[in-house]
Design a protein around this ligand. Structure first.
Ligand code: UDP
Ligand code: MG
Length: 309
């Protein structure tokens, strides 16, 4: 049975945010239609988030929860929510109120104008560290340079997507999800609504540097082969240069009668090539490990319990 709108919220240790998030989401959804569902995906929270969600779901039949057996990560949580959703359109929104629920009617208005994807683009980010802002800013721009598809800059997963796009996403069973890339890849009519990103209300970020790096590598490896061609080109360049140096060394020895000596040059060149080789193996390894994950073909997530039939 179809609904007008699904709202999908990944939740990891957001116990303090859930009650106010629920109130604000409900208000925004009701502006649009009374035929909506809120799907909270509890991604192995270590606090009382699940209890909060079950308590709300008991009182409100528009509230659903999916509880993972452990922490599977933000992108996987969103994927699960989309898999279970019944809306003709779905909104993905963070559970920490950094993405204002009040923007949802604006996203929906654009959708009604005929866009299949309406993403919320940040004009400004409040209350985040300069490190996060700088790394995020350059990440989006580097990614844009590296890929052929047009992934919008300064855009997270806060967006509205049409049922058609959800069905396409379901046909892309890759393990290392980078949803914003996949959605850009899928295409259709896409547009932006601008907003100012808010400070987290309670708790702290669950995206430490390591998770950000992983997401960045997932994005790059699934949408670009440029790192691999960098390896090839660097190897080619170094081979050409060293061949010229060999020619010079022979020339110098036999014609000029001067043998090139030097500990320094030896050490520098062997360390240089050693570094380049390790880097290259690492780059190739990033791709191979992702191939491996996909070959194993495990389920993306395990649901411990849910109130969705
Ligand atoms: N989240 C999740 N699983 C995780 C980490 C985060 O479901 O392993 C959720 C989190 O509850 C929030 C959203 O993903 O709703 C974004 O996470 P966070 O606010 O920590 O990231 P940031 O906004 O700092 O990038
Ligand atoms: Mg956040």
């Amino acid at each position: 049975m179809k609904k007008d709108l699904s709202i999908i919220i990944p939740v990891y240790n957001e116990e303090k945010n859930i009650p106010i998030l629920y109130e604000r989401l409900k208000k925004s959804a009701e502006v649009i239609s009374s035929d909506y569902e809120l799907i909270f995906v509890n991604d192995g929270s270590k606090d009382t988030s699940l209890l909060e969600l079950m308590r709300i779901a008991e009182k409100d039949d528009k509230v659903f929860y999916i509880n993972f057996s452990r922490n599977f990560g933000h992108q996987t949580a969103v994927t699960a929510g989309l898999d279970y959703s019944k809306g003709n359109a779905a909104v993905v929104i963070d559970g920490d109120l950094q993405d204002p629920p009040e923007l949802i009617p604006e996203l929906y208005a654009k959708y009604k104008e005929g866009y299949e994807v309406v993403y919320a683009q940040r004009e400004k980010r409040n209350g985040e560290s300069w490190f996060k802002k700088v790394t995020a800013k350059y990440f989006y721009r580097i990614l844009k340079e590296m890929t052929h598809i047009n992934i919008p800059v300064d855009t997270g997963d806060f967006r509205l997507i049409d049922r058609k796009v959800i069905e396409c996403l379901k046909q892309m069973p890759e393990q290392n999800k980078f949803l914003r890339g996949q959605i850009a890849w899928i295409g259709f009519r896409q547009t932006a609504v601008f907003f100012e990103r808010q400070e987290r209300v309670h708790g702290k970020t669950n995206y430490p540097f390591s998770k950000m790096m992983k997401l960045a590598l997932d994005g790059i490896t699934s949408f670009s082969d440029k790192p691999l061609s960098f390896v090839t080109k660097t190897g080619f360049f170094i081979s050409v240069v060293s061949f010229l140096i060999i020619l010079y060394a022979i020339f110098s020895h036999f014609i000029l009668r001067q043998t090139i000596t030097g500990w320094t040059s030896l050490i520098i060149s062997s360390m240089f090539i050693g570094g380049i080789q390790l880097l290259s193996v690492g780059i190739i390894g990033e791709y191979i490990s992702r191939i491996n994950k996909n070959v194993l073909d495990r389920p993306l997530y395990i649901v411990e319990r849910t109130n969705i039939e």
